[in-house]
Unconditional design. Structure first.
Length: 193
């Protein structure tokens, strides 16, 4: 029988290490945040200004935050036994990137089962990247376009965003956050073939 607690601890440690390998390899800023009140996005922009990069990983943060995770429930009643979803706290890894298509964006990995991933990106940031590729001039202030050289072209580009294959795009981003996903969630039968 599987020792669930030991398995979970070991797997969580492996996921944490794998999630941060590219941070160390690329010598990007990594900070542990003791408070959830710190604006991670603002800090990421600050670190980008201090440690510029054209594309790829900007920085990473680790912090302990609330999450939903599984624990094994023991009971005399066989019907009551098993994994139960419970609120708890665990370490999360936040990563900020300059994505080749989406521009500045971020993602969060829960480093405890079930290793949830959240991804956020900004449609206007994405549009700015698209406009830049087509040499269409624009002016921005914060998250607003204050001037567009070609409004119709900008609208067509925004409309094309609706055709995105989100499953494919988000899976690729999620796998970059948790490179062990396929190994951790490999079907049981395939491991023994």
């Amino acid at each position: 029988m599987l020792d669930f607690k030991n398995f979970v601890h070991k797997t969580s440690e492996r996921v944490k290490e794998a999630a941060l390998i590219d941070v160390h390899r690329n010598k990007r800023p990594l900070r542990y945040l003791e408070s959830g009140k710190i604006s991670k996005e603002d800090l990421a922009h600050q670190l980008l200004a201090e440690n510029p990069v054209e594309s790829g990983l900007v920085c990473a943060f680790t912090t302990v935050e609330p999450c939903m995770s599984f624990e094994y429930h023991r009971s005399q009643d066989r019907n009551e036994r098993g994994l139960k979803l419970r609120p708890r706290k665990c370490l999360h890894v936040y990563k900020y990137f300059i994505h080749p298509d989406f521009g500045f964006m971020g993602a969060r990995l829960q480093t405890w089962f079930p290793f949830n991933v959240q991804v956020w990106l900004n449609g206007r940031e994405w549009l700015a990247v698209q406009l830049g590729r087509r040499n269409i001039d624009f002016k921005r202030h914060d998250n607003c376009f204050t001037w567009l050289d070609d409004i119709k072209a900008a609208q067509r580009l925004m409309d094309r965003q609706l055709e995105t294959d989100w499953t494919k795009v988000l899976t690729k981003i999620a796998r970059s956050l948790n490179p062990l996903h396929d190994t951790v969630f490999e079907p049981k039968d395939s491991r023994h073939n």
